[in-house]
Design a protein around this ligand. Structure first.
Ligand code: F6R
Length: 254
């Protein structure tokens, strides 16, 4: 695991976009595992800027997203399909048919999970998985207590996650209660993982994930066992790690 300290959000976003674009340059038909949420938005903006300058070409690239709310169509402005279309896909030359997000309206959840797992297999696995992290250490929608060996599955969202995502809906009642998510097993099978964290609200989760025991109680802690995991975090998110470990430099390599 490598941790890189970013000066600020712009620096974090640029560093992340550099790693993603290097992946696409080295393997134009790369399979990018993508995330939604506030954290990766700056990296997506940076990728769009470099695409507009002609520096990066996504025409052969595939993507597979981590998760989607159950019950929302891709046209719903809070669905993750909508988020990806508007924050990235519609602004670059990735072929929309090469992008994958679970179908929130799938009639049968088990069939949808199977379909999604098969996409990952058919694509030959994920080359680079981008992740944010929840304040409780969740990755994707794998909440504390999730079994490490799961692939794509349907989860019941915790109150904490629903409360935290309520800011995007007009009321908490509108936040879906269930979501499809890639499981920890799917995430761990990605060849490279890039986790981004910003702000004080992530400091405890970041410390617990990378300096505490590997436990389902902190889902991201499993990443300690991934052999190519990069973390980029700003100083606020790193504050507890710095305080408790005395680590002072800008890169940490274990
Ligand atoms: C998003 C996802 C979530 C978020 C996490 C952090 O697809 O799977 O795990 O990465 O909740 O969200 P933000 O970035 O909004 O703090």
């Amino acid at each position: 695991m490598k941790i890189y300290a970013a000066k600020d959000y712009a620096d974090l976003s640029r560093k992340a976009a550099n790693i993603i674009s290097a992946q696409v340059i080295m393997k134009p038909n790369a399979v990018l595992g993508l995330a939604t949420g506030s954290t990766p938005v700056g990296a997506y903006k940076q990728l769009i800027e470099w695409y507009n300058k002609g520096d990066i070409d996504f025409s052969q690239t595939f993507s597979i997203n981590l998760d989607e709310y159950q019950g929302l169509s891709g046209e719903h402005d809070q669905s993750y399909r909508y988020f990806m279309n508007h924050n990235l896909f519609h602004h670059i030359n990735i072929k929309i048919e090469n992008t994958n997000v679970p179908n929130g309206l799938a009639e049968d959840a088990a069939t949808e999970c199977l379909r999604y797992n098969n996409i990952i297999k058919t694509l030959g696995g994920i080359d680079l998985q981008l992740l944010g992290i929840g304040g409780n250490g969740h990755i994707g929608f794998n909440e504390p207590g999730s079994a490490f060996e799961k692939e794509t599955h349907l989860v019941t969202l915790t109150d904490q996650t629903r409360q935290s995502n309520a800011r995007f809906f007009s009321s908490i009642d509108e936040v879906p209660t269930h979501a499809f998510t890639m499981g920890i097993k799917s995430i761990m099978s990605a060849k490279k993982v890039l986790l981004l964290a910003t702000g004080n609200a992530k400091a405890q989760a970041l410390y617990d994930s990378f300096f505490g025991p590997v436990t389902p109680g902190v889902p991201a802690s499993i990443l300690q066992l991934h052999n190519d995991c990069i973390v980029i975090a700003d100083e606020a998110a790193l504050s507890l790690i710095r305080e408790k470990t005395g680590w002072e430099s800008v890169t940490y390599d274990n």
